[in-house]
Each structure stands twice: as C-alpha cells, then as structure tokens.
Write a protein that binds this ligand. Structure first.
Ligand code: URA
Length: 240
C-alpha cells in the first residue's frame, strides 16, 4: 500500500503536491469512490482514475528525461523546415517521443533537457517561471566590475529591461551569467549591449540540473533525484 499522491506522482502526474491538489479537487477516484487526501492504495490491485481515465494507462507510457550536451550546429526543434541537423538526431536511439524543453540557439552549446513529461516542460518554460539558467560566455574584451554590475542590475533591450541577474567573471576570463528569463538570444543581446559581444556560449545549469562533464554531443538519462529536484523547481516557479 502506498499513499495515493505518491503513486500518482510516480505515474507522471506532476509533483506530489500537485497530485495532492488533484485529490483535493475531487479529480481522483479509487474503485469508483472519490479519493480523499491521505488515502493509501495498491497500484496493482486498485482501480485509480484521474478525470475518469485509468492512471495506470499513463504510467505505462514511460516518462523519459534526458540531458544532452548540445554541440554547435544543431537546432533545438523536433523538425527543421530548412532540413538542418536537429537535436533529435543526437537522441535518435531513444524510442519514446521526447522533445526539447525550451531552446538553445543553433550556435549555443550545453545543457538541453528533453522529455515527454509535459507537466515538467510546462513548469520549466512557463513565462512566470523563476528557474535560473546559468551560461558561460567567451566574449570580446574583458568586462569591468561596473559592466558586471550593470548586467546584474538589468539591461535595457529592445523588448524592455532585463530582470535582475547574476554576472561574474570566471578565473579564465569568461563571463558567468545566471538569468531567470528566457527571451530570444537574451544572453547574446545582453552582452552585446554592454560592448562585449559573445564569441562562444554554453549553458551549464538549469535550476538544480548541472551539465557536469558530459562530453559534447552525448546524452544521459536523469537520475530520479534529479527529476524530483527539477519538478520541485518548476512548481516553485509557477507559484512564484
Ligand atoms: N541566450 C542566448 O543568447 N542564446 C541561447 O541559446 C540561450 C540564451
């Protein structure tokens, strides 16, 4: 016997807290009766329905979470009209229909998450999300402390002022920029605006998820604790 919210979360219905909300909202029945918060049941024996649809059916479609170290030259879409290589070419060995969560520019490298978990993808890319993304940029020239402070405070771009960020210089002279928004070409535009155009750009972190030493062009499946941490971060973002 397991707590119902735990069974639902494991079946891909979102964070445990979200599953508790679904139970509270009366969307879940067990053996024909409305479930109550605190109920436990046996996922093998009991008939669990969410919005009238068997929860196990969804559980059968395996949730897949993949972290790719995207190289330059690949577009972050499932299909490219112009026939250019896409990130899907790099994960072609995965049977499930996964798709990229957000986008990296064609010439940006680094951490790209791909999944078939729509709930998580939605949470991480929601316009009101607060999940921090960290980029390392090789730039022209050497930004001063004043420039780094300007990047952190907010830069006026054509589409408005950027939200507070965190910018610093790494020991190797690269700029490490942590932002919470996801506007098109944002990092490149921010750095160009302060007179330090980007030469190379790599994403090294999304929320709690780190790129680590995964080789360029390779991918790995996330560990359950990484998935949980991402779900937590995404849920916090929406409530933000
Ligand atoms: N900002 C950019 O400029 N490019 C990316 O690919 C991601 C963030």
């Amino acid at each position: 016997m397991e707590r119902l919210q735990k069974i639902l979360a494991a079946a891909g219905f979102g964070s445990r807290r979200r599953c508790e909300d679904m139970i509270r909202e009366g969307r879940v029945t067990v053996n024909g009766k409305p479930a109550r918060l605190g109920d436990s049941c046996d996922p093998e024996q009991d008939r669990i329905l969410v919005d009238g649809v068997p929860a196990n059916r969804r559980a059968l479609g395996r949730r897949v979470y993949v972290l790719l170290n995207k190289p330059k030259g690949y577009v972050s879409t499932v299909r490219d009209e112009a026939g250019r290589p896409t990130v899907m070419d790099l994960v072609a060995s995965i049977k499930e229909r996964i798709y990229p969560v957000g986008r990296l520019d064609r010439d940006t490298e680094g951490l790209l998450l791909l999944t078939n978990d729509g709930e998580l993808a939605y949470g991480l890319t929601h316009p009101r999300h607060l999940v921090e993304k960290v980029y390392v940029a090789t730039v022209e020239g050497s930004p001063s402390e004043a420039v780094l402070a300007e990047l952190s405070a907010g830069i006026l771009l054509e589409d408005g002022l950027t939200a507070p960020a965190r910018a610093r210089l790494n020991a190797d002279g690269r700029v490490r920029l942590a932002i919470r928004e996801g506007r098109k070409h944002q990092v490149r535009r921010m750095l160009a605006a302060v007179g330090h155009p980007v030469l190379e750009l790599r994403r090294v972190r999304v929320g709690p998820l780190e790129l680590g030493d995964l080789p360029l062009g390779s991918f790995r499946h996330l560990m359950p604790r990484e998935v949980k941490a991402l779900q937590k971060a995404a849920a916090r973002g929406i409530r933000g």
